[in-house]
Design a protein around this ligand. Structure first.
Ligand code: PLP
Length: 395
């Protein structure tokens, strides 16, 4: 099967290790196992105390709850575990979708990347019509294309604050459209689709009887703290994918999921049996612990996001060559620059000269922009941005 190069992954594979200041990462600073167990341990040990934080002051390293978890982990037999994911994990994931009311099913996958792939290979066939809202994670247009679908791209525009233009979508979605692929909150723009616009998108899909695959890996990281509705909470042909990577800062667990209507899930499971079997029981175990403590992890992450966004925002105000539409969710933003260079050239030269790494907009079909992450390593963010400013003065 021929498929286009995954441009973002190619970029990171080649340059990430060379970065001294990585300004391109999409994760909120990842948690160590120690930090995770401290959060979990603190849960029951200090339930009376509302000030509990990661790295809290309760000497959690010697807390007995943590010891209890360690003992449990060390005694685990490394078998296949529950093939669809443990019941406890399922319950923890379902708590993220509390308002869905029609028959929905859930399965666990190898990250959101595995989830998206499974949905697309299950539903899309050669000759199908697919509408993908871009910029987005490249899977959402390159996989359908590789299957032989006709992929129509709807570009988000800066003048619409990166929110999809409903009239444009109406023109693209036809009664032979199989699926709309989108990502909300959006990587790279950081836009969060308001509820009324989401409902209009759903109306268009419903009129044309097509599915919506909504990649919701950043759902839970809305900056105002108001978690947006999942597509499966609003649309009977909606399919949601999610994972531990962004919202829970646990990308190393490689655990994601699909929530879909039952008849879709029945088909997905057939495909899943060929490429997943199960996820690691350790991933299942740690993900369950994290999800059962979701409030604390999200609070920690929103704190870092807002701190990083403020640094970014102050820098942009003082930086004449850069502008942005302030992100409302997730961990990334697009920076528009007015320098006489294409984005790959700019990023490569900047990295060679200074060790500062951004992602070129071209890898996201967004020439003239850079993608920045602002919450992976906040201690280096300010310094990296200042180095970038000094570098621009000499261009
Ligand atoms: C929008 C989006 N979807 C999916 C993924 C893949 O996530 P995971 O690490 O859960 O496989 C990413 C990773 O950057 C992403 O940004």
């Amino acid at each position: 099967m021929q498929i286009d190069n995954f441009k973002v992954e190619d970029w990171f594979n080649e340059y990430e290790k060379l970065a001294k200041y990585d300004m391109a990462d999409t994760c909120v600073e990842s948690l160590s196992l120690n930090e995770l167990l401290n959060i979990v341990g603190c849960n029951s040990l200090h339930q009376q105390d509302e000030t509990v934080k990661v790295g809290c002051s309760h000497h959690c390293t010697d807390n007995i709850e943590k010891e209890k978890y360690l003992e449990e982990i060390l005694s685990k037999k490394l078998n296949y575990g529950d093939i669809q994911g443990s019941e406890r994990l399922h319950n923890a994931i379902k708590s993220l979708y509390s308002h869905a009311c029609y028959p929905l099913e859930l399965t666990v996958t190898h990250g959101a990347i595995g989830a998206n792939h499974l949905v697309m290979e299950t539903l899309i066939e050669r000759g199908d019509n697919v509408v993908s809202i871009v910029p987005t994670y490249q899977q959402h247009y390159s996989i359908p294309k590789s299957i032989g679908a006709n992929v129509d791209l709807l570009f988000l525009k800066e003048e619409n604050n990166w929110i999809p233009d409903i009239n444009e979508l109406k023109n693209k979605v036809k009664n032979n459209t199989k699926i709309i692929c989108m990502n909300n909150p959006n990587n790279p723009t950081g836009a969060v689709i308001p509820r009324n616009i989401l409902e209009k998108i759903i109306d268009i899909a419903r009129e044309n009887n097509c599915y919506i695959l909504c990649d919701e890996v950043y759902r839970g990281l809305e900056h105002n703290g108001q978690i947006s509705k999942s597509i499966v909470e609003l649309y009977e042909k909606g399919i949601s994918t999610g994972s531990m990577s962004k919202v829970f800062s646990l990308a190393g667990l490689r655990l994601g999921w699909i929530v879909a209507p039952r008849e879709v899930m029945n088909k997905i499971i057939i495909h899943r049996e060929y490429n997943t079997i199960s996820v690691s029981i350790l991933d299942d175990y740690f993900s369950t612990l994290a999800l059962e403590n979701k409030g604390k992890i999200i609070k920690r992450n929103l704190g870092k996001i807002l701190e990083g966004k403020k640094i970014m925002s102050d820098w942009i105000e003082s930086e004449p060559h850069i502008s942005w539409i302030e992100p409302k969710g997730g961990t990334t933003c697009l920076l528009k620059y007015d320098l006489p260079m294409i984005s790959r050239e700019l990023c490569k030269k900047l990295l060679d000269d200074t060790g500062v790494l951004f992602l070129p907009g071209e890898t996201l079909e967004m020439e003239g922009y850079l993608r920045a992450g602002y919450c992976s390593d906040i201690s280096k963010l300010k310094k990296g941005l200042n180095i970038f400013s000094d570098w621009m003065k000499n261009i």
